[in-house]
Every structure is written in structure tokens, then in C-alpha cells.
Design a protein around this ligand. Structure first.
Ligand SMILES: CC(C)(COP(=O)(O)OP(=O)(O)OC[C@H]1O[C@@H](n2cnc3c(N)ncnc32)[C@H](O)[C@@H]1OP(=O)(O)O)[C@@H](O)C(=O)NCCC(=O)NCCS
Length: 259
């Protein structure tokens, strides 16, 4: 494996990853510092890296990126956070949700959405065991970000493994715009792809989710059970080689009806 890019923004890595994957070059976004420090890095060093799996394709990957994107010198020095906030903020890393996180997750969701409905939905889904993947961004015991992926049903079904829906996604306001939300999405998609999940749907802002490969769900023949705009209901197939499928209706878990 070889590191091909280190950037100040997770989304810059996501764009490069999408370009390389569309050319058949497997890669992943990760953080060496994160790995070395057992899942925790200083807040000001939440910087992402893009790694190409096959060393033999490294040069080809460099050439593709050079052709497709404006060149940007690799940043070897992590970008500082405004106000050098390491003094006030603990190191942040991504990990799976643990039982002790429940209260912090409730706080993150309630503060980020300005109401308790999302937190209540997440708790009900957890109680019912309707969770495919739950990731937290945490600085020590303090959870600052949360991403929940739950099974959705497709009618008619597409294969045996269920698609999943991403919701809710939230980051505490004082930690927003540092790439943590993007990192939760990218890491979540990588984990789901590795687990054989065929695809993901999300309802949200296309300008944000479009960065991670989501497109209007209608392009994949999917429509929502809810009355939502075509632009905002988005989907992404995690196995791009899967054959075309007939149109299907997507149903979320019942908790989402209340949101
Ligand atoms: C959405 C959210 C999770 C993003 O987390 P984050 O850590 O700030 O995200 P990142 O730092 O990775 O990305 C920030 C970028 O996303 C944009 N962005 C953030 N929230 C957005 C939103 N709701 N709609 C569109 N763009 C948004 C920011 O403007 C910023 O853009 P830039 O990179 O061009 O400057 C966070 O803003 C949040 O918790 N919002 C409240 C809850 C919410 O609305 N959740 C999403 C429901 S679909």
C-alpha cells in the first residue's frame, strides 16, 4: 500500500478516491497517525490520507490525478485548527459506538438538530437492534460526532443483503467544518462496502452528500416512500458492477416516520 495524497480536507481525499475508483484503482482514506495512536489524534491533526492498495499502480494513479484534478502540493504538516484549540479540545478518533456512549450520542444529536426527535429515533432503533453500523467520532469519552446506518427495505427486493439508510448524521456545532462529518460518511461507506452491503440511501443536502458519490436515487431506479424531492433523496450502489435492477420503493425503519 502506498500513500498518494494528504490533504487538509477529507472531502479532497473523497474526490480523489472517487476518481481513482472510477478508473478501477482500489484505494482507501485513512490516517496513519490515527492508526499509530490507537485511534486518537490531536484535534488539530484530524487530517486525512489517501492510500492506493496496489503499489504497482501508484504511478498510474498519480498520472490520473494529475490529469483529472488541479495539482495541489501534498501537505505534510497537518493544518492547524483555528485558535490552536488543542488546549481546549481532546484528541478525536473514529470508532464503533459502544454501550457507554448512549448519553453522549443523545447530547450530540439533540444539540446538532436542536430537538430530541433524532436522538429518540436512534435510541429506539438501537433498542430494537435495527443497526447495521453506528460510528462515533470521539475525543476520549466525549462523543463529538455520530453516524447511524440502518437497514431499509426495497420493494421489490434487490438481492438478499439489505440496503441501508444513513441517518442521522451529526457533529457537535463547535466541532463542525473540520472534516469530521465527511470522515464519518467516508469511513461508514468503506465499512459497509467491505461488509458486502449493496447500497446506501440518504435524505439530505446534495451539495454535501454528492461529495461522497451519492446521486439522485431516481437514477438508480429508487424512490422514497416519503414525499421528498428527487434531488434530496440520494443513493449510492456500493457494488458498481451489479447488474441493472427494476425500479423499487425504499422504506425506512418506522422510527423515521416521526422525523
Ligand atoms: C451535516 C454535518 C454532520 C456536517 O458535519 P461537519 O463535520 O461540519 O462536516 P465537514 O466538516 O466534513 O464538511 C463541512 C462542509 O459541509 C457543508 N455542510 C455542512 N452541513 C451542511 C448541510 N446541512 N447542508 C449542506 N452542506 C453542509 C459545510 O458548509 C462545509 O462545506 P465546505 O467544505 O465547502 O466548507 C453537521 O453540519 C451537522 O451535524 N449538522 C446538523 C445536523 C444535520 O443537519 N445533519 C445532516 C442531516 S442530513
Amino acid at each position: 500500500m502506498r500513500r498518494i495524497y494528504t490533504g487538509g480536507e477529507v472531502t479532497q481525499c473523497a474526490v480523489r478516491k472517487a476518481v481513482l475508483e472510477s478508473c478501477g484503482i482500489a484505494c482507501e482514506v485513512r490516517n496513519e497517525g490515527l492508526a499509530q495512536l490507537y485511534g486518537e489524534i490531536p484535534f488539530s491533526q484530524v487530517w486525512p490520507e489517501l492510500w492506493v492498495f496496489d503499489d504497482a499502480r501508484y504511478e498510474e494513479a498519480c498520472a490520473i490525478l494529475e490529469r483529472s484534478l488541479p495539482s495541489e502540493p501534498e501537505q505534510t504538516v497537518p493544518r492547524p485548527a483555528p485558535g490552536d484549540s488543542d488546549q481546549q479540545k481532546p484528541p478525536v478518533g473514529l470508532r464503533d459506538e459502544e454501550a457507554d456512549d448512549a448519553e453522549s450520542i443523545r447530547d450530540v444529536l439533540t444539540v446538532a438538530f436542536g430537538r430530541s426527535a433524532e436522538a429518540e429515533a436512534a435510541e429506539s432503533l438501537r433498542r430494537r437492534g435495527c443497526v447495521t453500523l453506528a460510528l462515533v467520532a470521539a475525543g476520549g469519552p466525549l462523543v463529538v460526532g455520530y453516524a447511524l446506518f440502518t437497514p431499509v427495505s426495497l420493494d421489490p427486493p434487490r438481492g438478499v443483503a439489505p440496503w441501508v439508510g444513513l441517518a442521522p448524521l451529526a457533529v457537535l456545532p463547535e466541532y463542525q467544518c473540520f472534516g469530521i462529518g465527511s470522515w464519518l460518511v467516508i469511513r461508514g461507506l468503506d465499512r459497509l462496502r467491505a461488509a458486502g452491503v449493496p447500497g446506501v440511501v440518504v435524505l439530505g443536502n446534495p451539495a454535501f452528500y454528492g461529495r461522497f458519490g451519492f446521486q439522485p436515487a431516481s437514477r438508480l431506479g429508487l424512490r422514497s416512500e416519503y414525499d421528498v424531492s428527487d434531488e434530496e433523496f440520494m443513493a449510492q450502489a456500493l457494488d458498481p458492477g451489479a447488474p441493472a435492477q427494476p425500479p423499487a420503493l425504499v422504506r425506512y425503519q418506522p422510527e423515521f416516520r416521526l422525523l
